[in-house]
Design a protein around this ligand. Sequence first.
Ligand code: NCD
Length: 349
Amino acid sequence: MVSAVAVWYNGAIAGEGARALSQGSDRLFHVLDPRQFDRPLLDDLCALTTRLRQHAKSRLGARSLQTLLPHKRAMLYFTQPSTRTFLSFDNACHLLGVRTSEIRDPSTSSEVKGESFEDSIRTFSSYVDVIIMRTREAGMAAQSAALMDRIERSVPIINAGSGKDQHPTQALLDIYTLERSFEARGGLDGKTIGLMGDLRRGRTARSLAYLMKNYRGVRMVFIAPDDFAMEGDIKEHLREHGIPFEEVADPASVIGELDAVYVTRLQTEHDVGEESKGFEHARFRIGSEQLPALKPDAVIMHPLPRGPELEPAVDGDPRAMYWRQERNGMWMRVALLVKIFGVEGELPD
Ligand code: NCD
């Protein structure tokens, strides 16, 4: 069974069951967009993530993980700043025995000699078995995947953040964190999830919102000033899939109803003028003074890095889940690589 149903190029379905997604089996191939994930695949990835992290706890288990993919090499092509996503992918590779190469500064690659983006990607694919990429512009991972489908040596492309558009692997680790946080309460189904901050330009919030169609009875609350409201494409998607959402500009009016509040940073790097100047940090934040209004069993999440919207004093609150969320990221990325290379059957019980 092919659990993910569509191939996404620039947000459009290119074809069902195409080589890009599954290569003829239930294997995941490119990871480009959250819309390619359906519930069975998400459940599968979450269970695999937990299984893998259990394995890694013992020396024997960790050694068995190392033997899964020692014949594979990965390229980390991160031309936009990254700490967590880069380190978690790098370490995820190493946990599986995958060797890594990296380009983080485009001025050190032949692109400065005028080599085209496509030729650079094609060159990486000559040496490695998977390309993990983060780019300043949207659509580059999808463009790379489309290129892979035209050439002889096609390798999977993983989108590790595409401009202000999407960040699918972050959304997967966020789902895993939500599911685990609500484990004793029936999981994410039926929960009210608030996304707060610069939702217009925040790719993590955009990607997470896309995944919500896979969960039953979820209600979304978008908490942002009007100028930073969630874009129409995401809202349209939620409407199409019957996911109820509201938009509020006053956090205090809803904070007590949320099962999870996902706080995000002001994305100043996408400013073209002075649009970030008017953002009211004092309003769209979680600090010690907001904590009493939150449900006693709510979870506080943040993709990190944080700015003034999340006070460090919150770290000590039992509802603060963001450091765990960060750690979950590496294990979800281990699971993704295991799935992409189709080796989960080789895991000892
Ligand atoms: C996010 C990103 O890069 O989009 N960080 C991350 O990957 N954990 C969030 C952000 O930078 O605001």
